[in-house]
Design a binder for this molecule. Structure first.
Ligand code: BDR
Ligand code: CA
Length: 356
């Protein structure tokens, strides 16, 4: 599958731009280009701790015409596993798609809790998403078992794994069935930070929340690993005006995305004392980068994870030294194209699910 990647990415890049052009044409009352109908779709699995930005990522994955969202697996993170699972079901019910949801790890792989315990909802996410209670049901199979089964088969080689929460499910699957790494074509994860953390000065939340799991993933030897770091997501902010444009689309996804992004903007204004009313929508950027790699700027580097330091637990140590002899094990996204990301969001959230 490695891959297909040069070709796939070039194709998807062109196709992604065609999609945007199609949306612009439709908004202007014109016709979408015919190329849209016959595009092959990239399969993905989203591993989520839903969460407002996870919710936008899920809608992006479910609605973008170049993607086939095979399943969502849930993990403890922004909120507890019962909430992340229910929230994921709510998102799919709201936009009218039937994507299987598997409940995963309720705690980190080694620790009994995060490095320092957190209680209650978060200002950026709340506990339950602001959507009606779910009607669909979670699958009975556990998320880790599902990942192991999926990547034990050769067909798994067609599915990019996209973790946008703590890496507990992915690491547990790799620990229990190490050989599945051979069938994972690519991992595109949202997590980590080079310049500045968020939950601590050193660490980004997803890696900090289960540092031993993140270490397993970065040391796994997976064929291809992209780390969409805070450095990139904070350079692709979505503003209050953009949220109003999303709402004006009038679609279920546009309306929900607007509500979630407005909440995020409010949270970032209060807690990060941002100068402008805008917020990163971290997890959606990771998914967008699969459709159009130009939305991020990535450099190859060796990355490892600190699991011990009192001040640095959960830090992703990105080796950017020119003298380094460490072989790169990841592409690290440190920049992003904000206008392109916003255009992609508008285009995708303007879509509705095909009638069942
Ligand atoms: C990451 O942490 C979570 O709060 C978000 O959903 C995102 O995945 C950003 O640090
Ligand atoms: Ca997340």
């Amino acid at each position: 599958m490695e891959h297909a990647t040069g070709t796939r990415r070039a194709f998807l890049k062109a196709a992604g731009m065609a999609g945007i052009a199609g949306w612009a044409a439709r908004r202007a009352g014109g016709l979408a280009p015919a190329v849209q109908a016959a595009r092959p779709r990239q399969k993905i699995i989203l591993d989520v701790d839903t969460g407002t930005d996870d919710a936008v990522a899920l809608m992006f994955g479910a609605l973008h015409p170049d993607l086939e969202l095979v399943a969502a697996t849930t993990v403890n993170g922004n909120v507890g596993i019962e909430f992340t699972t229910e929230n994921t079901l709510r998102v799919f019910d709201h936009i009218g798609v039937k994507v299987p949801v598997y409940r995963g790890m309720a705690a980190p792989i080694v620790r009994s809790d995060f490095p320092s315990p957190r209680t209650g909802g978060s200002p950026f996410h709340g506990q339950y998403l602001d959507l009606p209670a779910s009607r669909s049901r979670v699958r009975e199979t556990d998320a880790v078992d599902f990942l192991i089964a999926t990547y034990s088969r050769p067909e798994g080689r067609e599915i990019i794994l996209v973790p946008v929460g703590p890496l507990s499910n992915v690491a547990m699957a790799l620990k229990r069935a190490p050989r599945i790494v051979e069938n994972i074509p690519e991992i595109v994860l949202m997590g980590g930070a080079h310049e500045m953390g968020n939950v601590t000065a050193s660490a980004e939340f997803n890696v900090w929340a289960d540092p031993e799991a993140a270490q397993v993933v970065f040391r796994s030897g997976v064929a291809k690993l992209t780390m969409v770091a805070l450095d990139a997501t904070h350079r692709a902010q979505v503003s209050r005006e953009d949220a109003a444009r999303l709402r004006a689309l009038g679609t279920p996804a546009g309306t929900a995305a607007a509500t979630f992004i407005e909440r995020r903007v409010q949270g970032y204004m209060e807690f990060d004392r941002q100068a402008r009313p805008a917020a990163p929508v971290h997890d959606a950027l990771a998914v967008a980068s699969i459709v159009n790699p130009a939305v991020i700027e990535a450099v190859p580097a060796h990355v490892d994870v600190e699991t011990d330091g009192a001040l640095t637990v959960g830090r992703t140590v990105v080796d950017r030294r020119t003298r380094s002899t460490a072989k790169p094990n990841a592409r690290v996204a440190l920049g992003a194209d904000e206008p392109l990301f916003v255009r992609m969001l508008l285009e995708t959230m303007g879509r509705t699910a095909p009638a069942a």
